[in-house]
Write a protein that binds this ligand. Structure first.
Ligand SMILES: [Zn+2]
Length: 197
């Protein structure tokens, strides 16, 4: 049984704690990074890649892509991917739209830019203000099944998204979740590994 944990909106001050837990449980994950944050914390990006995790792009500044024009969509996606390429020397192949806001128009641009869109099967909404680690654990675990992609957050987006500003509950939830998933027999892999079968 395989499962892909994904983390959005980093890198951030919580990313090292997430990496520590993943390493402790021999788990691989995929990080969808905001380009502006990549420029602030290039060392964290290098560490993510060096520890065997996959890096995907999550735009440059995290806008709602369905509400901006084609050229702005293109620039957001290209700049975000370019920020990752500047640090890792390689453009990511995976892309996740902020808030999963991607209609046919946005998806056509993603395809034109030769990126592979990634959504999620399990959406625990850990980014919401007031979510505690128990609820994040519960919402994550209840959806787990072979082949599922789970969406968690190791960072929080810039405004206007009304997000929490402390990702500690996700780190705490992960601390409980990882040993349980391993005990259940799940192999925690990257999105590309999951899609390769
Ligand atoms: Zn996001």
């Amino acid at each position: 049984m395989k499962l892909a944990l994904t983390f959005d909106d980093g890198p951030s001050q919580w990313t090292p704690a997430v990496l520590d837990l993943l390493r402790e449980h021999d788990a691989r994950a995929t990080f969808f990074l905001i380009g502006a944050r990549v420029q602030e914390r290039p060392d964290a990006v290098r560490q993510i890649a060096a520890e065997g995790h996959e890096v995907g792009s999550h735009t440059m500044t995290h806008p709602r892509l369905t509400e901006i024009g084609d050229e702005d969509v293109r620039r957001e996606i290209l700049d975000g991917a370019h920020a990752v390429a500047e640090v890792l020397g390689e453009r990511p192949s995976l892309f996740r739209a902020p808030g999963f806001h991607a209609d046919d128009r946005v998806l056509a641009i993603v395809a034109e830019l030769e990126l592979d869109p990634v959504f999620a099967d399990v959406d625990p909404q850990d980014w919401r203000p007031g979510m505690d680690s128990h609820r994040i654990f519960g919402h994550s675990f209840v959806g787990c099944r072979h082949g599922a992609i789970i969406d968690l957050h190791d960072g929080y987006p810039p405004p206007p998204t009304r997000s929490r500003e402390d990702c500690t509950p996700t780190v705490e939830a992960l601390n409980h979740l990882l040993p349980v998933l391993v005990a259940e027999g799940y192999e925690l892999v990257t999105v590309s590994e999951l899609r390769a079968g």
